[in-house]
Write a new protein. Sequence first.
Length: 148
Amino acid sequence: MYRVTTEIQFAYGHRLLNYDGKCAHPHGHNARVEIELASETLDSTDMAVDFTLLKHRIQEWVDAHIDHKMILREDDPLVPMLRGLNEPMYIMGQNPTAESLAKLIFDVARDAQFPVVRVRFWESPSSFATFEPSVGTAGATKSVVSAS
Protein backbone atom coordinates (compact mmCIF):
# COMPACT_ATOMS: atom_id res chain seq x y z
CA MET A 1 0.00 0.00 0.00
CA TYR A 2 1.34 3.43 -0.96
CA ARG A 3 0.41 6.38 1.23
CA VAL A 4 0.95 10.03 0.36
CA THR A 5 0.15 13.09 2.43
CA THR A 6 -0.11 16.74 1.56
CA GLU A 7 -0.64 19.70 3.84
CA ILE A 8 -2.65 22.88 3.47
CA GLN A 9 -2.94 25.85 5.79
CA PHE A 10 -5.57 28.51 6.25
CA ALA A 11 -6.99 30.96 8.77
CA TYR A 12 -10.55 30.91 10.08
CA GLY A 13 -12.76 32.11 12.90
CA HIS A 14 -15.40 30.22 14.83
CA ARG A 15 -17.13 29.72 18.13
CA LEU A 16 -18.80 26.76 19.78
CA LEU A 17 -22.39 26.86 20.97
CA ASN A 18 -23.37 25.04 24.18
CA TYR A 19 -19.76 25.05 25.29
CA ASP A 20 -18.54 26.29 28.68
CA GLY A 21 -15.12 27.76 28.00
CA LYS A 22 -13.11 30.22 25.93
CA CYS A 23 -14.23 28.69 22.64
CA ALA A 24 -17.81 29.83 23.33
CA HIS A 25 -16.66 33.29 22.18
CA PRO A 26 -15.72 34.27 18.60
CA HIS A 27 -12.01 33.73 18.01
CA GLY A 28 -9.63 32.61 15.28
CA HIS A 29 -7.11 29.91 14.45
CA ASN A 30 -4.40 29.20 11.91
CA ALA A 31 -5.24 25.69 10.78
CA ARG A 32 -2.90 23.10 9.32
CA VAL A 33 -4.55 20.16 7.59
CA GLU A 34 -2.87 16.91 6.57
CA ILE A 35 -4.71 14.92 3.90
CA GLU A 36 -3.52 11.32 3.56
CA LEU A 37 -4.31 9.19 0.53
CA ALA A 38 -3.69 5.51 -0.13
CA SER A 39 -3.30 3.48 -3.29
CA GLU A 40 -2.42 -0.14 -4.01
CA THR A 41 -0.88 0.85 -7.35
CA LEU A 42 1.11 3.59 -9.01
CA ASP A 43 0.09 5.41 -12.18
CA SER A 44 2.10 5.64 -15.42
CA THR A 45 4.36 8.25 -13.82
CA ASP A 46 4.97 6.01 -10.79
CA MET A 47 2.88 8.16 -8.47
CA ALA A 48 0.06 7.11 -6.17
CA VAL A 49 -1.46 10.57 -6.55
CA ASP A 50 -0.02 13.77 -7.99
CA PHE A 51 0.59 16.04 -4.98
CA THR A 52 0.11 19.13 -7.12
CA LEU A 53 -3.34 18.04 -8.30
CA LEU A 54 -4.43 17.09 -4.78
CA LYS A 55 -3.09 20.23 -3.14
CA HIS A 56 -4.56 22.58 -5.74
CA ARG A 57 -7.99 20.93 -5.80
CA ILE A 58 -8.41 20.94 -2.01
CA GLN A 59 -6.76 24.34 -1.58
CA GLU A 60 -9.17 25.83 -4.15
CA TRP A 61 -12.13 24.50 -2.15
CA VAL A 62 -10.68 25.77 1.14
CA ASP A 63 -9.93 29.20 -0.35
CA ALA A 64 -13.45 29.51 -1.76
CA HIS A 65 -15.35 28.21 1.27
CA ILE A 66 -13.57 28.45 4.63
CA ASP A 67 -10.32 30.44 4.44
CA HIS A 68 -10.61 33.75 6.32
CA LYS A 69 -14.27 33.12 7.06
CA MET A 70 -16.29 32.68 10.23
CA ILE A 71 -17.35 29.05 10.44
CA LEU A 72 -20.53 28.86 12.46
CA ARG A 73 -23.26 26.40 13.36
CA GLU A 74 -26.46 27.11 11.43
CA ASP A 75 -28.42 28.13 14.56
CA ASP A 76 -25.73 30.50 15.88
CA PRO A 77 -27.34 33.90 16.70
CA LEU A 78 -24.37 35.58 14.98
CA VAL A 79 -25.38 34.21 11.58
CA PRO A 80 -28.21 36.70 10.82
CA MET A 81 -26.16 39.62 12.11
CA LEU A 82 -23.06 38.74 10.09
CA ARG A 83 -25.19 37.96 7.05
CA GLY A 84 -26.73 41.45 7.36
CA LEU A 85 -23.23 42.93 7.41
CA ASN A 86 -22.31 40.85 4.34
CA GLU A 87 -19.50 39.16 6.26
CA PRO A 88 -18.06 35.94 4.77
CA MET A 89 -19.21 32.80 6.60
CA TYR A 90 -19.37 29.06 6.19
CA ILE A 91 -22.40 27.52 7.88
CA MET A 92 -22.38 23.97 9.28
CA GLY A 93 -25.04 21.73 10.76
CA GLN A 94 -22.89 21.07 13.83
CA ASN A 95 -20.38 22.97 15.94
CA PRO A 96 -17.26 23.82 13.92
CA THR A 97 -14.91 21.79 16.10
CA ALA A 98 -11.58 20.42 14.88
CA GLU A 99 -13.31 17.03 14.66
CA SER A 100 -16.14 18.25 12.44
CA LEU A 101 -13.75 20.28 10.26
CA ALA A 102 -11.53 17.22 9.77
CA LYS A 103 -14.61 15.28 8.61
CA LEU A 104 -15.68 18.15 6.34
CA ILE A 105 -12.32 18.23 4.54
CA PHE A 106 -12.26 14.42 4.35
CA ASP A 107 -15.65 14.55 2.59
CA VAL A 108 -14.42 17.26 0.19
CA ALA A 109 -11.40 15.14 -0.78
CA ARG A 110 -13.53 11.99 -1.14
CA ASP A 111 -16.12 13.84 -3.24
CA ALA A 112 -13.28 15.04 -5.50
CA GLN A 113 -12.55 11.33 -6.15
CA PHE A 114 -9.27 11.20 -4.21
CA PRO A 115 -8.52 7.94 -2.36
CA VAL A 116 -8.45 9.73 1.01
CA VAL A 117 -7.98 7.57 4.09
CA ARG A 118 -7.36 10.15 6.81
CA VAL A 119 -7.50 13.87 7.52
CA ARG A 120 -5.69 15.38 10.47
CA PHE A 121 -6.85 18.89 11.38
CA TRP A 122 -4.41 20.92 13.51
CA GLU A 123 -6.30 23.69 15.31
CA SER A 124 -3.13 24.86 17.05
CA PRO A 125 0.52 23.77 17.05
CA SER A 126 -0.22 21.35 19.90
CA SER A 127 -3.80 20.14 19.25
CA PHE A 128 -5.33 18.18 16.39
CA ALA A 129 -8.29 15.98 15.54
CA THR A 130 -8.21 13.09 13.08
CA PHE A 131 -11.02 11.72 10.95
CA GLU A 132 -10.76 8.38 9.20
CA PRO A 133 -13.47 5.91 8.31
CA SER A 134 -13.16 2.36 9.54
CA VAL A 135 -14.89 -0.81 8.49
CA GLY A 136 -17.27 -2.24 11.08
CA THR A 137 -17.84 -5.92 11.76
CA ALA A 138 -20.65 -6.15 9.23
CA GLY A 139 -18.58 -4.47 6.50
CA ALA A 140 -20.33 -1.14 6.97
CA THR A 141 -18.26 2.01 7.12
CA LYS A 142 -18.33 3.94 10.37
CA SER A 143 -16.65 7.20 11.32
CA VAL A 144 -13.74 7.34 13.71
CA VAL A 145 -12.81 10.72 15.13
CA SER A 146 -9.94 11.23 17.53
CA ALA A 147 -8.58 14.33 19.16
CA SER A 148 -5.26 15.20 20.75
